[in-house]
Ligand binder design. Structure first.
Ligand code: ADP
Ligand code: MG
Length: 227
């Protein structure tokens, strides 16, 4: 599903060049569930942004479902991102002036889905993530765990093939973090979506069937747990 080959990413700040990813190769199959660990500054977010088509590598090849996405023009890349990829972040990034269902419906609105249909699908997804009784709540009226559930509903509403989560439990207390992790495991199993989750929490990583570690700009460790 995701095929990254010899991906290099460097940033130029003044005269110096920082190489963050250095000939990184990673293949992830449909329906896999992977954690990505690595020290602060090891390039986890940079890698996730490249995978999510939010950023481009300096060089290398990247195919999603066989398609050479780096060769695609920008508007095609945006369309692929909207259709194939859902994002979840540590700090939720909900729009404060929109209620839960309107936040969850955003990817559909960007696609031009009529509002009534977008609302129906957003509410169904909110129900799916355990927020049936919070459809009209504004983000400020939700707990951290509930906000992250809205963000997960928004990430999944467009039926993506890939769910990318950058430290999604980093702002939550351990009990709520586990509930959110259980939700990721459930949607991976039941919706068949590929999940990539960046985490600093060894307890979260230990629950992932495949555990990756970034180091030296590459995949320094790639462990698969016995089922
Ligand atoms: N836009 C940018 N410009 C310059 N340097 C960057 C940029 N984005 C990230 N970096 C650098 O790349 C390295 C990796 O960053 P990041 O991917 O955010 O690490 P992680 O998520 O693993 O903590 C850091 O040294 C960071 O300073
Ligand atoms: Mg990061």
């Amino acid at each position: 599903m995701l095929e990254l080959t010899d991906i290099t990413k460097s940033f130029r700040t003044g005269p110096a060049e920082t190489i963050v990813l250095n000939d990184l190769t990673l293949h992830v199959g449909e329906r896999e569930f992977c954690s990505i660990m690595g020290g602060s500054g090891s390039g986890k977010s940079t890698l996730m942004n490249i995978i999510g088509l939010l950023d481009r590598p300096t060089r290398g090849q990247y195919r999603i479902a066989g398609e050479d996405v780096l060769a695609a023009p920008p508007d095609k890349q945006s369309a692929l991102r909207n259709r194939l990829i859902g994002f979840v972040f540590q700090s939720f990034f909900l729009l404060p002036r929109l209620n839960a269902w309107r936040n969850a419906a955003l990817p559909l609105m960007y696609r031009g889905t009529p509002e009534a249909e977008a609302r129906r699908q957003a509410c169904a997804m909110l129900e799916r993530v355990g927020l049936a009784d919070r459809m009209e709540h504004m983000p400020a009226m939700l707990s951290g765990g509930q906000k992250q559930r809205v963000a997960i509903a928004r990430a999944l509403v467009g039926q993506p093939k890939v769910l990318l989560a950058d430290e999604p439990t980093g702002a939550l207390d351990p009990k709520v973090a586990q509930e959110i992790m259980d939700l990721f495991l459930e949607v991976n199993r039941e919706l068949g979506v590929l999940v990539l989750i960046i985490t600093h929490d060894p307890h979260i990583a230990a629950q992932c069937p495949r555990q990756l570690r970034l180091g030296g700009g590459r995949i320094a460790q790639d462990l698969r747990m016995a089922a």
